[in-house]
Design a protein around this ligand. Structure first.
Ligand code: ZN
Length: 540
């Protein structure tokens, strides 16, 4: 069990207990453990029981529950609450933005037991008179449900990639299959994968027979040239069977996108390389094919080894799990020359934001570490953008940071005009250097506030402000499609991990792939600058 599997179990336990109106202190402790586990970089399976108990909030009872999950794959307490709760209600609890107390009211007062029933009730206006609801809440619930139904089968790239590995192992054991490769969204490394797709060289009747024998898959159906099948974990999978002489052309076609594929004829080729050669084209890696133009020079795209610094990292001073020293050691070992510490600003109380006193402590520690360490540590901040577009802290204190990432974390329900104005004002602020997670989206969670992209980019260009491409697999914000218009205006992109732990610094790797998809070059990537040049940029 990975840390995130364990976190999901404690998160579900907390939600179920809240649904059943249990002891709030216990609920809080399970929520905290879920939060801790999801941020913790070190796999808990590699920690001794003493190390585990040294973690904040992990006492005897919780440590015991973790051991149960590891040894039996389930937790007794959680199973008890699951048995008390209809399946459909458990699913409703997983939809982001509809909390347990609302689910309870819907279940107990209206007798609703599934997401489909709840959607009906909203359309029939039945939530309006429910205590604590009203027409605005009903509208909001309907919006959350629609988002849920629209993205039901989708998954984040990182999860899709992990699951794909399991499926590849299972398929590669079949006698009917002689080659298996990823294709479609998965091969193009889309941030959200709509369906898991594989291409195989296989004997089709034999393959169908073998799939039926496997416990890991259900409901195999062959429609024209593709086999649709469901994994027991619930994921829909498409398998394209083909022959060795046709493999290259079929792999190209199923990888997509159509616009890229259209440059090639329909003759059979055994490999993609042969196809590119026949049509006299440079080989374009799959994840770059979405925007690839005929004269694209792929050697110019930004590479991991060109990234010199890490710019958006949270330490234990605010809501991160590691000390500044631990973060610096990891950044150095990963090959970075500088590390920008950007904890939360003081108004972000929920994230343990830093007041002046604690900032001074942090700066003293950074200065001391900089005297010995090989990785230069920069005094940065993730400064909250207030409701009116101003920044947190007084001017004098704020001017002492070496760089400022300005981000929106609160009052995120805004229309396009409000959101754009708020961001433009923050971009025009003399202390802003980078806009953090510019749209606030959480992939598969919420779509983020609507903004006028052209106005934001123009403001960045006019004020020498860079945009973040947040490399967390669940954000990938800004979207890769924004990169080309940013480059056109001379706006730099910062590939930022927004790391809550040292290991999360490595998510920059996902960001590099995403940046390549958007055709980013090193020249336009902010953290490809040396520390001195980066600081020059920040002094504008
Ligand atoms: Zn943030």
């Amino acid at each position: 069990m990975t840390n995130s599997d364990l976190a999901a179990a404690f998160d579900q336990l907390a939600k179920l207990m809240e649904l059943h109106q249990e002891n709030p202190f216990k609920i809080r402790s399970y929520k905290n453990v879920a939060g801790l586990l999801s941020k913790l970089g070190t796999p808990i399976s590699e920690m001794s029981s003493d190390e585990r108990r040294a973690l904040k909030g992990v006492g005897e009872a919780i440590a015991d529950k973790i051991v149960q999950l590891e040894s039996e794959g389930k937790m007794k307490t959680l199973e008890r609450y699951r048995e008390m709760t209809p399946q459909g209600i458990q699913q409703l609890l997983q939809i982001k933005g509809i909390g347990p107390s609302k689910v309870r009211a819907i279940w107990k007062e209206l007798g609703i037991e599934s997401a489909v029933e709840l959607r009906y009730a909203c359309i029939e206006n039945r939530l309006v008179d429910l205590k604590g609801f009203g027409s605005k809440t009903q509208q909001d619930v309907l919006k959350k449900l629609d988002f849920h139904f629209a993205h039901q089968n989708e998954m984040l790239y990182r999860r899709a990639s992990t699951l794909a590995k399991t499926i590849e192992e299972q398929l590669s054991e079949l006698a009917s299959v002689s080659r298996i490769e990823r294709t479609g969204d998965l091969r193009r490394q889309m941030p959200v994968v709509r369906s898991l797709e594989f291409i195989v060289i296989a004997d089709v009747p034999l393959l169908l027979g073998e799939l039926e024998q496997l416990d890991a898959f259900v409901d195999a159906t062959l429609v024209s040239k593709s086999i649709s099948i469901r994994h027991v974990l619930g994921q829909q999978i498409n398998i394209y069977p083909t022959t060795a002489p046709e493999f290259g052309r079929e792999w190209l076609r199923t990888t997509g996108p159509d616009r890229f594929v259209a440059q090639f004829g329909t003759n059979a080729y055994s490999s993609e390389a042969a196809l590119f050669e026949e049509y006299n084209k440079v080989v374009v890696p799959p994840h770059v094919r979405d925007l690839a133009v005929p004269d694209l020079d792929v050697t110019q795209l930004v590479r991991q080894d060109q990234i010199q610094g890490v710019l958006h990292v949270h330490s234990a001073y605010s809501d991160g799990v590691n000390s500044i020293e631990e973060l610096a050691v990891h950044a150095h070992q990963a090959g970075y020359a500088y590390l920008g510490i950007t904890d939360h600003s003081q108004i972000a109380v929920y994230a343990n934001g830093l007041n002046e006193k604690r900032l001074l402590e942090q700066w003293a520690e950074i200065e001391e570490l900089n005297e010995q360490g090989p990785c230069r540590i920069l005094k940065g901040i993730e400064c909250d953008i207030l409701n009116d577009g101003d920044l947190d802290y007084e001017d004098e204190l704020r001017s002492k940071f070496e760089f400022v990432i300005a981000s929106i974390h609160t009052n995120i329900k805004m229309d396009e005009q409000k959101a754009t104005q708020r961001l433009v004002r923050a971009i025009e602020h003399p202390h802003t250097n980078i806009v953090g997670h510019p749209t606030g989206r959480l992939l598969l969670g919420r779509s983020g506030y609507p903004i006028d992209m052209a106005m934001i980019l123009d403001a960045c260009a006019a004020n020498g402000v860079a945009l973040e491409l947040n490399c967390s697999p669940s954000r990938m914000d800004i979207d890769w499609r924004w990169i080309a218009p940013a480059i056109e205006r001379g706006v730099k992109i910062a590939l930022n991990p927004d790391a809550p732990s040292r290991e999360a610094i490595d998510t920059i790797g996902y960001g590099v792939a995403m940046a390549q998809k958007g055709l980013l070059t090193a020249e336009h990537c902010l953290n490809c600058l040396s520390a001195a040049d980066f600081l020059d940029f920040c002094r504008k």
